[in-house]
Ligand binder design. Structure first.
Ligand code: ADP
Ligand code: ZN
Length: 218
């Protein structure tokens, strides 16, 4: 099962991807999380992308594409994976398609989480993320069991440096101009599943499962 999660920054892609990765026992591949790891490690890629990410811009396609292609070729991806945050441009979407075609594979579903910009702007100041395992939390709608501590690994939660009001605005603009159009690309292929992402995380999850079952029967 190869699933793509599409949606605005803060739409809940990471949260839903975590649910599905656990349920289907396949890797959750988040391009943003991989970049954050490179930034923490202060390696070559980290140095190249740090400022770009903090400005709320997209990392150049060549860097992201190479990084994700390398990841999906690893052994643990043989049974499938959830792609969270990739593709984000038309060029990334076609690069993915061509790479998969070489192995006779394709994407099974592209899940689109609808959340209006106004909701996103309200959510962002409440967002926390685990610096170790990248699990996202929201102090209002999806809080950790112990305040400030990651449920999964016990690390102290942090705010993301790119979650400032200004950067969020920039990321939303980039989303509308670069990423939203690829929804049509997947719709034309009959792969899109659209759900209302404004509900509670477990409601959204149920809606996606329902839609997947329905989609799978066609
Ligand atoms: P969110 O979905 O909340 O915006 P992510 O963790 O997916 O956050 O991504 C954080 C940042 O990493 C993005 O704003 C962007 O700068 C960079 N990034 C992640 N994925 C991609 C991608 N596929 N193409 C270009 N840049 C990316
Ligand atoms: Zn954690």
């Amino acid at each position: 099962m190869r699933i793509i999660m599409l949606g605005a920054p803060g739409a809940g892609k990471g949260t839903q991807s975590t649910f599905f990765a656990e349920r289907l026992n396949i890797p959750h591949i988040s391009s943003g999380a991989i970049f954050r790891k490179h930034i923490q490690d202060q390696d070559e890629i980290g140095k190249e992308v740090k400022d770009i990410i903090e400005r709320g811009e997209l990392v150049p396609d060549r860097i992201v594409i190479e990084m994700i292609m390398e990841r999906i070729l690893q052994r643990d991806c043989q049974r499938g994976y959830i792609l969270d945050g990739f593709p984000r441009t038309y060029q990334q979407a076609t690069a993915l398609k061509h790479a998969l075609l070489e192995f006779g594979e394709e994407i099974d579903h592209a899940v689109y989480l609808h959340v209006p910009d106004e909701n996103i702007k309200k959510r962002m100041p409440n967002r926390l993320v685990c610096p170790k395992c990248d699990t996202p939390y929201n102090i209002m709608s999806n809080p950790p069991l112990v305040p400030g501590v990651c449920d999964r690994c016990g690390a102290i939660l942090q705010e993301r440096s790119d979650d400032t009001e200004e950067t969020v605005q920039k990321r939303l603009e980039t989303f509308h101009s670069e990423t939203e159009p690829i929804k049509d690309y997947y719709r034309r292929k009959g792969l899109i599943i659209e759900v209302d992402g404004t509900k509670d995380p477990d409601e959204v999850y149920k809606d996606i499962v329902k839609a997947l079952v329905h989609h799978g029967n066609h």
